[in-house]
Ligand binder design. Structure first.
Ligand SMILES: NC(=O)c1ccc[n+]([C@@H]2O[C@H](COP(=O)([O-])OP(=O)(O)OC[C@H]3O[C@@H](n4cnc5c(N)ncnc54)[C@H](OP(=O)(O)O)[C@@H]3O)[C@@H](O)[C@H]2O)c1
Length: 262
């Protein structure tokens, strides 16, 4: 699946910018990758289980521009995988302008039943990997005044009932954003995007179910703009922070239809 050497030659000749987006085989991550790619970036699609979707996206993007996309597999709860992902980017690509820490596991936590595995899975995928990837890749990012964009969540500010560990991880990711913005300055900017409700979670997918309808309505009532956001809204904000926000660092932009105010 990887065509790293070809990618490297192509980049040196064209001085092309490179973005690594974690969890980018599908959904919001894929939309972010497409946004950067549409703006002439080479994109590295990180995935864990979604190999088929990652390959399909890579093929689709390479069809638009030859050798413009590749994919790397890594389980971000595994330290060796995180290091290998960073080392592949450093050794085979040799350039990085934007790192988007998007990958995330998301499920509920019942207080009284949280064990080490549950805690580690949510904290490692949402927070720990973002820290260690940023640390490992910051020397490469600093070569071209690059930036990091962390995908947080409105529930990092206002915890979601029943999702304590996920909410804690996202609150940590927000703190990480500010801490790294301080420590990696002036060469690397670090910002975040905090989505509100963008895609209904699996349990809210059946729009015909009366309970689901009611639950959806209750969520929409809390959003001043009265509707879900779109994946493109998140991708556009990531791209803005990476490309146009050259004097912005340490900020987390809420893309939540005003939900934080409600
Ligand atoms: N969806 C929303 O409405 C919403 C709202 C607020 C915030 N957010 C945030 O926005 C981001 C994207 O949301 P989303 O709904 O598109 O995310 P998602 O589909 O739930 O997850 C994105 C990807 O994360 C990867 N991932 C999960 N655990 C991993 C692990 N241990 N190692 C490596 N990769 C792992 C998965 O990759 P594989 O499929 O390859 O395994 C998955 O495809 C997330 O950070 C999420 O917290 C989303």
């Amino acid at each position: 699946m990887l065509s790293m050497n070809v990618l490297q030659i192509y980049m040196i000749m064209n001085d092309t910018k490179v973005a690594l987006i974690t969890g980018a085989a599908k959904r919001i991550g894929a939309c972010i990758a497409e946004k950067f790619h549409a703006n002439n970036y080479q994109v590295i699609i990180h995935y864990n289980h979604s190999a088929d979707a990652a390959l399909e996206l890579v093929n689709q993007l390479n069809h638009v521009r030859i050798d413009s996309a590749s994919a790397i597999q890594a389980n971000l709860t595994n330290s060796a995988d995180v290091n290998a992902l960073a080392n592949q980017v450093i050794s085979f690509v040799g350039r990085l302008d934007t790192l988007v820490n998007n990958a995330s596991s998301f499920y509920g936590s019942t207080i009284g039943e949280v064990d080490d595995d549950h805690w580690n899975d949510l904290i490692d995928s949402n927070l720990r990997a973002a820290f260690f990837l940023s640390q490992a890749l910051s020397p490469l990012l600093s070569k071209h005044s690059g930036s990091i964009v962390n995908i947080v969540d409105t529930h990092g500010d206002k915890p979601l009932k029943g999702y304590a560990v996920y909410s804690i991880a996202k609150a940590g990711l927000k703190a990480l954003t500010k801490a790294l913005a301080t420590d990696l300055a002036p060469k690397v900017r670090v910002n975040g995007v905090s989505p509100g409700a963008i895609i209904w979670p699996a349990r809210f997918e059946n729009a015909e179910d009366e309970t689901v309808k009611l639950a959806r309505e209750m969520i929409l009532q809390k959003i001043p703009l009265g509707r879900l956001g779109e994946m493109q809204n998140i991708a556009d904000t990531c791209f803005f922070l990476a490309e146009e926000g050259s004097y912005i660092s340490g900020q987390v932009i809420r893309v939540d239809g005003g939900r934080y105010l409600a």
